[in-house]
Ligand binder design. Sequence first.
Ligand SMILES: [Zn+2]
Length: 375
Amino acid sequence: MAMLRGGIPLGTIFGISVRLHWSWFIIFFLVTWSLAAYYFPDAHPDWSRATAVVTALATSLLFFASVLAHELAHSVVAMRAGIPIHSITLFVFGGVSQMTREPGQPEIEFRMALAGPLASLAIGGLCWGIWWLTRDVNEPVAAVAAWLGWINVVLAVFNLIPGFPLDGGRVLRSIIWWRNKNLRSATRTATTIGRGFGYLFIFGGIFLVFFGNWIQGLWIAFIGWFLENAAVGSYRQVALHDMLQGHTVSEVMTRECPRVSPKLSLEQLVHDYILNSGRRCFPVVENDRPLGLVTVHNVKAIPRGLWAVKTVTDAMTPFDQLKWVQAGDDLSTVLQLMTDEDVNQLPVLQDGNIVGMVARDNLLSFINTRAELGM
Ligand SMILES: [Zn+2]
């Protein structure tokens, strides 16, 4: 999910970077506040305010640890199936594991999708066990365990709703995919059901707002809106992948790439190359040896006042740090690479030379032309 890029890095676990998206703070505050101000004081009027606040903080931190454990369960199963996981991001609606690619087989998707809810159920059961053991011994610990037991089961059940991209929707997709061997049509069915649930949540939320329960109503409507959007986005992504698959870089790449010298000043680059060619990206070559790539993005990173004195060498991405593709590479993997690396274009290499460029625009016009011709 592109909207979840960035975030505050918390650390690495099993080689996966764990991040907090800014929106996470909203839900963390809401959960802690509702526990400290309402839930614990209502259930335990004899507690001091400090006890309620500390217990609430501990509860919400452990709640987010359980969300993380749910995502880790998905990720560990994925990694054991050979799918690298880029990162796990916690955000306002829970957690999301950023896979570097979609699972290639329905059996793998089935296991991956089920792992999260199963982990949540296991944590829920464990918490209820702790509640049972501590209920006469330590009241705050028992209260934390009871709430966590309940919320983890809710988390598992919610995620098992059979609408893509929820876990249950992934399970459903994997079953349809396994039966009819067609990923795209399986995705269409699972995302249509996902959108249906999205609308159900939106209308259910609005209904609640009209009956005076406006905080919960808005919240549910907001979750519905998010689900609907995510379902549409997921289908589009799969359809796109499907359209590009089987076509190679050589079909769309730009071959005339104005090469520039490493000694050129940025001022000259901007005036003599960028402004009058409309191109945004230039291979840097000296004596037929590629040194790197300079883009509008690179130039913008250098303060304008320095353009006259800084050269292309100062701004370029050196060759050894460059991601590149080959003319025979499949377009679907190229799009994936652009998304992973967050770049808009990639140089095309052949025998150690930059022979052209492939940009997002090339892929888009390729798709648009085919869509227009109904292919
Ligand atoms: Zn999940």
